[in-house]
Structure formats: structure tokens, C-alpha cells
Design a binder for this molecule. Structure first.
Ligand code: ACO
Ligand code: ZN
Length: 281
């Protein structure tokens, strides 16, 4: 479609500096035209304003007082926090977040109309402040039942388990809401890989820890993962058997072996008891 060719426009930015990190942009992002094709775009890691030169960023940094995303801290466990930010109340911050996000996502169109979304930003705290690691956005009202619209781990922090924390957090919110949820489609390749890994781990953990047979409904209710996502995951792992006229989910040796490996390299996870949150009304 036209909008697709529109958003897949040729990459305009080369490199970005975010805090102490330098990263390469992957895709086109609609930063103002005068910022395109600069050798480097300098981004304030706290307020997400962007500058064409280091001098201009430094001038801004001398005045900038923000030390965390501009919202309520709804979770803190060890050095990880989550901040909830309302797109309508923090319109320009959220637009800047979407501009940054678009550099690493090819198929999403969200940049300007941030009002219908909440943004859940994950930070890592040090003596200086709460540094942004990644985030997901979520529609305030979503008839399709999506619990994530867009999800991103900043490239300098990828492949360290943070994406899994973001995904887990999105399902913890769904559990509090008493709803099942699923990420907005289409997923990117990296999104699909990460979600599949998460779904598999959650489902297998339940199967391993229950002595009795466990139904699709029970898995869905305990994890907030939708029936469709559970079925697809189990099918891909060949865990569905047709037995006496019924579909049965059962563990295979291969899946068990993989699970043991995953558990042995267990990284950190979200502690649901550290969540201070009620669904927004
Ligand atoms: N290659 C292979 N497997 C991968 C890769 C990769 N590059 N990245 C993630 N995975 C899988 C692995 O199984 C990994 O577990 P492992 O490291 O123990 O093997 C698992 O996903 C989780 O990895 P994390 O380190 O927790 O994930 P990360 O912090 O890298 O974040 C994310 C994943 C958010 C998808 C990141 O790659 C990203 O921001 N990509 C760019 C934006 C994007 O594509 N977002 C998803 C779009 S879909 C949507 O928004 C609904
Ligand atoms: Zn700033």
C-alpha cells in the first residue's frame, strides 16, 4: 500500500548519540528535514530533544533538569523502574520517543498522534539518574485486545534480556486488568522471536510445575496470553496431540531439554509484588 512505501522511505539518519552511546539508525524516521543526513544526531537521553551538533546538545544539557521519564514511577525493583506516561499529557516527549523508536522499526506509523496511548518506559538507575532502556506503548482503549502497540529495546541494550522484561511487564499489567492480551500485528522479525521465546517459557513453566493436566483456559487465565498465541506456540513446538477426540497439550523431551537450558541461564525477571498500579479509568 501507499502508506507502506511511505514509511519504508530510505534511511535518512546515519548515527545517533543517546547518552554515552552511539548507535546506527536502522530505518527512516521523520525527524525534521533539516536534521536529515547529518553525520550524527545528538539526543538528550532524558527529555529526548535532538540537536545537530555536540555544542548545541551541551548547551541544552547544562539547562536540562529531567533525570527520568516524565511520568509516574509505577514499578521499582533493584535498579529497574517503569514509568507510565500519558501521550496526551506529555505530547512532545512522547512524540520524540516515537521518532527515536521509528529509527529501529520499519512497519509502524505512530509518531504524531500519541494522545490515545500510554507509554511504559523501563529505566536502569545509577547515581546520576534513570536511564531509558526501552519501552512499550499501549492504546488506552483497544477493542482488538492488544496489550502492546509498539515495543523497543534501545539497540545499545538489546540481547541482554530487557525485551523479555518489557514483554513480561506488559502481561503483568494485563493480569491486573483481568484481561488476556496480545501484541499488535504485524510483529517484526525480532518482535516475533522475542514473543515466541516468552510464550514458550511461560507455557512450559506452567506445564512443568503442574502434576495434573492443564487446560488451554487455565494457561490463558494464569498467563494472560491469548488462546491463539498459546495454540500457535504449542503447535510450532509440536506440543499438541489429538487423543481420544480431544486436543491435548503435552511436553516433549526436546522442549523439556530446551527449557532446562533456558532456566539455567536465567536472567532477571519482573517482581509482580513491586508493581504499584491500577488500570487507568
Ligand atoms: N536473534 C535471535 N533471537 C533473538 C534476537 C536476535 N537478534 N533478539 C531477540 N531474540 C530472542 C531470543 O530468544 C532472546 O532470548 P535469549 O537472548 O535468551 O536467546 C529473546 O528473543 C529475548 O531477547 P531479549 O534480550 O530479552 O530482547 P531484546 O532486549 O533484544 O528486545 C526487541 C527484543 C524489543 C524485539 C528488540 O529486538 C527491538 O527493540 N527490536 C527493534 C524494534 C522491534 O522490532 N520491535 C518489535 C516490533 S513488533 C511490535 O512492536 C508489537
Ligand atoms: Zn534534556
Amino acid at each position: 500500500t501507499q502508506s507502506h512505501s511511505e514509511i519504508s522511505r530510505v534511511k535518512n539518519l546515519d548515527k545517533l548519540q543517546i547518552g554515552k552511546h552511539e548507535v546506527e539508525a536502522w530505518y527512516f524516521s521523520p525527524y525534521p528535514i533539516e536534521y536529515a543526513h547529518l553525520p550524527m544526531l545528538y539526543i538528550c537521553e532524558f527529555c529526548l530533544l535532538y540537536y545537530p551538533t555536540l555544542t548545541q546538545l551541551a548547551r541544552h544539557r547544562a539547562k536540562c533538569t529531567l533525570l527520568h521519564p516524565p511520568g509516574n514511577e509505577i514499578y521499582r525493583h533493584e535498579n529497574i523502574s517503569f514509568f507510565e506516561i500519558d501521550g496526551r499529557r506529555q505530547r512532545s516527549w512522547c512524540r520524540n520517543l516515537c521518532l527515536l523508536c521509528k529509527c529501529f522499526l520499519d512497519h509502524k506509523t505512530l509518531y504524531y498522534d500519541v494522545d490515545p496511548f500510554l507509554f511504559y518506559c523501563m529505566t536502569l538507575k545509577d547515581d546520576y539518574g534513570h536511564h531509558l532502556i526501552g519501552f512499550f506503548s499501549k492504546e488506552k482503549e483497544c477493542p482488538e485486545g492488544y496489550n502492546v502497540a509498539c515495543i523497543l529495546t534501545l539497540p545499545q541494550h538489546q540481547r541482554k534480556g530487557y525485551g523479555k522484561l518489557l514483554i513480561q511487564f506488559s502481561y503483568e499489567l494485563s493480569k491486573v486488568e483481568g484481561k488476556l492480551g496480545s501484541p499488535e500485528k504485524p510483529l517484526s522479525d525480532l518482535g516475533l522471536l522475542s514473543y515466541r521465546a516468552y510464550w514458550q517459557e511461560e507455557i512450559v513453566k506452567l506445564l512443568v510445575n503442574s502434576d495434573e493436566e492443564i487446560s488451554l483456559d487455565e494457561i490463558a487465565n494464569k498467563t494472560s496470553i491469548t488462546h491463539g498465541d498459546i495454540m500457535h506456540t504449542c503447535q510450532a513446538l509440536q506440543m499438541i496431540k489429538y487423543y481420544k477426540g480431544q486436543h491435548i497439550i503435552h511436553l516433549t523431551d526436546a522442549v523439556l531439554e530446551q527449557h532446562t537450558k533456558t532456566m539455567s541461564k536465567q536472567k532477571q525477571s519482573i517482581d509482580p509484588s513491586a508493581l504499584r498500579w491500577k488500570p487507568p479509568v
